[in-house]
Design a protein around this ligand. Sequence first.
Ligand SMILES: Nc1ncnc2c1ncn2[C@@H]1O[C@H](COP(=O)(O)OP(=O)(O)OP(=O)(O)O)[C@@H](O)[C@H]1O
Length: 220
Amino acid sequence: MIRLENVIKIYGEDYEKKIALNNICLEIKDGEFVAVTGPSGSGKSTLLNIIGCMDIPTKGRYYLDDTDITLKTKSQIEDIRKEKIGFVFQHFALMDYYTAYENIELPLIIKNIKRSERKRLVNEQLKLLGIEEVKDHIPSKMSGGQRQRVAIARALVSGCNILLADEPTGALDQATGREVMELLKEINKRGTTVIIVTHDINIANQTERIIEICDGKIKR
Ligand SMILES: Nc1ncnc2c1ncn2[C@@H]1O[C@H](COP(=O)(O)OP(=O)(O)OP(=O)(O)O)[C@@H](O)[C@H]1O
């Protein structure tokens, strides 16, 4: 469960001060599929970064599964993030010279998982996401949809229960974007909480709940 209580995020100081989030109160239950929408600069990415433990509020509380993240040290927050949260980005953020298999394996190497277990987990993701045939390809030899699938597999391989995706269909054509949304729906049905940021109302409408932000405040 994700709970934000009166979260304020301010960037910069004095006359350069920018209030990116202005008193956000929000609850997202386990297993929800949510879209965060709003105009450019409204605070969507800032909100996603706080939910994803990439950043902390300037004021207010953020509870993740009843843990008050705002009371934790940087390294404790990093551990929580690695355990619970997976990220997917608009431009995939894959390693150019690594194969699909190696890209997906990377978070497991960082976590010191032994080779045989890594193999099992990576193969499981390759199968679940339907990308076994590109496992030995580098990203430049894959389609956009395949790259995004690899990125999703990499985000999920460590067993996170929250998937955060910043404009996951933004770099894809409409048909491939639809496929990726179907995939995210499937992942959500398997029990993962999925939160996406999108400008595209057609994409947002495919989720269960839309959170609209404007000027750092929740509109609905
Ligand atoms: N690191 C930063 N330093 C200073 N200001 C920032 C920083 N990051 C974001 N901002 C400002 O905070 C506000 C919210 O930014 P944010 O990136 O969260 O919006 P967004 O809704 O995700 O925008 P977009 O849709 O264009 O990505 C904007 O005014 C932005 O300029």
